[in-house]
Design a protein around this ligand. Sequence first.
Ligand code: NAD
Length: 498
Amino acid sequence: MSKKVPLYIDGEFVASKSEQWIPVTNPATQEVIAQVPVATQSEMDAAVESAREAFKTWKEVPVSERARVMMRYQALLKEHQEEIAETLAQETGKTFEDAKGDVWRGIEVVEHAANIPSLLMGETVENVARKIDSYSYTQPLGVCAGITPFNFPAMIPLWMFPLAIACGNTFILKPSEQDPLTPTRLAELFEEAGAPKGVLQVLHGNKEQVDFLLDHPDVRALSFVGSVPVAEYIYRRGTENGKRVQAFAGAKNHCVIMPDANKQQVINNMVGSSVGAAGQRCMAISVAVFVGAAKEWIPEIAEAIAKVRPGAWNDEGAAYGPVISPQAKERVEALITQGEKEGAKLLVDGRNCKVDGLPNGNWVGPTVFSNVTPDMEIYKTEIFGPVLCATEVDSLEDALELVNNNPYGNGTSIFTASGAAARKYQHEVEVGQVGINIPIPVPLPFFSFTGWKRSFFGDLHAYGKQGVRFYSETKTVTARWFESDLEDPAGPNMSINL
Ligand code: NAD
């Protein structure tokens, strides 16, 4: 019998009464390692009710005490980083190094949340009129919710609940049903860090549970990370219901390679950023745009990518793990087949990949296409597999036109030795996160994660100052204090301008 993943409701890890359970499988073996429940209506109601009640007291807890919970949480996550990474690696297939990175990037957000007192500071102006002062406060919203994808089961939940809760809100997390064990461990450690009962709830399930959160009048704000169609749906339904919504979606990230770039650096960076994590990163480089003579490096890049191989999470020689499910493998392989049919040149073919001793894993080998054009499906679709599409243009202007015509705007990078080319690219590119000689420019948590276009639906981005604003309201006070009755001798004040 595989273990049953508990719900976390009202400060208790409870066994669900659901009759519907979803198997959680190890993607390297297909072994069922756990069963995750589809929460029942009364369990969902109980989670919101508890979060609503907990908000009444949590919002009154002094901000420095809230910060201290985050400090203890940060220390606990660091202490348990390897243990969490091991669980994470087994349910996602990620290599151990990559799994530790997933946890680490989340820990950095908790560190940021521990700075909450200064992040919540408002503004003040004295004497906005005679003897009148104005000042603003940042106050929490109430119950917030988060819906997370499979590809970063530690980092992405940690983008959300620590900051929301540090701001004084309570939070309901609905993690991906494909890897719920890591988020459950995050919740256990959060409780151990001293988070009071009800401040965090974890509800498992799928669309039905998400729809419940989207429609519940007590949920004030909703953060989502996942695929484009679901992000768009969640943004629309949540905002129609009057909620604040931030929805982070899919991507097609281009790396522009100028002929003056350092060739060896380009080769090394292209390998990790395209096929690392089996290409299942929203910031993976999936399109390499070679400008002018840089195209001559394509065979060497393909050769370097062909040398890496997938393998088990604890195989130190493996560059990356399996894709998340047999369906994901089938989808990626079908796209490779389609790319070949549409006329792209398949330089490295990752289909029918085998890994010794693990015949049932969802393996996709490293794959490289050249001669890719914008009309091809492999260019238009987020493949979310270890596949690099190489394309060629004549100039930096042509590269900018290509990238700017793409509907996504999550991340991009340029490799060059020219400051002028880099400056032009960073200024003119219509993408929210830009790397210069850095392939995957994910901002650290004191900035915000700022995807654009169809990679993001909303206004305020994740973490950083924008994350704090997303999870809070601003209250502006205008105040006058009379020193005596004689101060405003003119009688009733009729001159208020609205
Ligand atoms: P997904 O959209 O299938 O699932 C994400 C979450 O939404 C899960 O919790 C799932 O249970 C829920 N969900 C699925 N279908 C739903 C529906 N019809 N209605 C309501 N909820 C639904 O995404 P995934 O496959 O888990 O994750 C991969 C995707 O996430 C990729 O497209 C990737 O680019 C994207 N992603 C984006 C970012 C970013 O910051 N922009 C970061 C990580 C992942």
